[in-house]
Write a protein that binds this ligand. Structure first.
Ligand code: SF4
Length: 108
């Protein structure tokens, strides 16, 4: 992901990742754009795209579980309908058949 330069490039990559795993990006495009900007900011700051909704340490080893899509994403989408940031959502949330329930962060 280190060769990603723009939020648009990142969106294409994350959409592909989501589709491969049968998840969806949040249909609220403005909301997603804000998260993508945060991911790009962290990518430029740390050299990896750590979660924009959590505090990163700047240490790759310590933050490796928070690199998007984080290790908590799949479980949170299955359990709550979205990841902690609500960047990724389930099919039912994407199709407005279910609302996102509140999430306890898995870490930090
Ligand atoms: S909570 Fe969502 S946006 Fe944050 S790193 Fe995990 S998958 Fe990415």
């Amino acid at each position: 992901m280190s060769n990603i330069k723009s939020a648009q490039e990142l969106r294409v990559l994350l959409e592909k990742n989501a589709k491969d795993k049968n998840y969806y990006l949040n249909p609220d495009m403005a909301f997603v754009d804000a998260l993508l900007e945060g991911l790009i900011k962290n990518l430029n700051r740390y050299g990896y795209s750590s979660c924009p909704c959590r505090l990163s340490t700047g240490n790759y080893e310590l933050d490796s579980d928070l690199i998007c899509p984080c290790v908590y994403m799949e479980n949170d989408v299955q359990k709550y309908g979205s990841c902690f940031c609500a960047l990724y959502v389930s099919k039912d949330v994407y199709e407005n058949k279910e609302v996102i329930s509140s999430i306890e962060p898995s870490k930090r």
